[in-house]
Design a protein around this ligand. Structure first.
Ligand SMILES: [Zn+2]
Length: 146
């Protein structure tokens, strides 16, 4: 078996492909340089969890744990400035939650064969249910005649 190298190489074959891939994506984001919101240079690096620091102008600011800005943080910043009505805030938060569900599209192709297998079983179950309904209606009519 070929030994997996990379950021998640220390994991070996453990924790699954999806978890290892997500780990690599997050950690590469942590170690790469980001754009400074003050001087717009690609000089911002993570100082600590949620704390980001620009090496060019020394600007230190609070952000996401793994990225300098998060979608939730952007919504919160706009809401704090008073540019948003409570209804638009709730719709924006709902759209963020919906996006979070879509954010894991890697798992979808693996699930497809499983749903295909389930479909014929569900069709059979529906047919059985209709048969049972027909039988029960026949029985219920019989005592009504007597
Ligand atoms: Zn800067």
């Amino acid at each position: 078996m070929p030994r997996k190298v990379g950021l998640a190489g220390g994991f070996g074959a453990r924790y699954g492909t999806v978890a290892r891939r997500q780990y690599v994506e997050i950690v590469t984001g942590l170690r790469s340089k980001h754009e400074c919101p003050r001087c717009n240079f690609q000089t911002v690096r993570r100082w600590s969890v949620g704390v980001w620091h620009c090496r060019k102008c020394g600007f230190k600011f609070a952000g996401g744990a793994y990225t300098p800005t998060t979608k939730l943080g952007e919504i919160a910043a706009r809401a704090t400035r008073g540019l948003m009505s409570p209804s638009t805030l709730s719709t924006e938060l709902d759209s963020l939650r919906a996006g979070a569900r879509v954010a894991a599209p890697i798992i979808m192709p693996a699930k497809k064969p499983r749903t295909r297998r389930k479909k014929p079983a569900a069709e059979v179950a529906e047919k059985v249910e209709t048969k049972v309904e027909e039988e029960t209606t026949g029985e219920s009519e019989a005592p009504a005649e007597i």
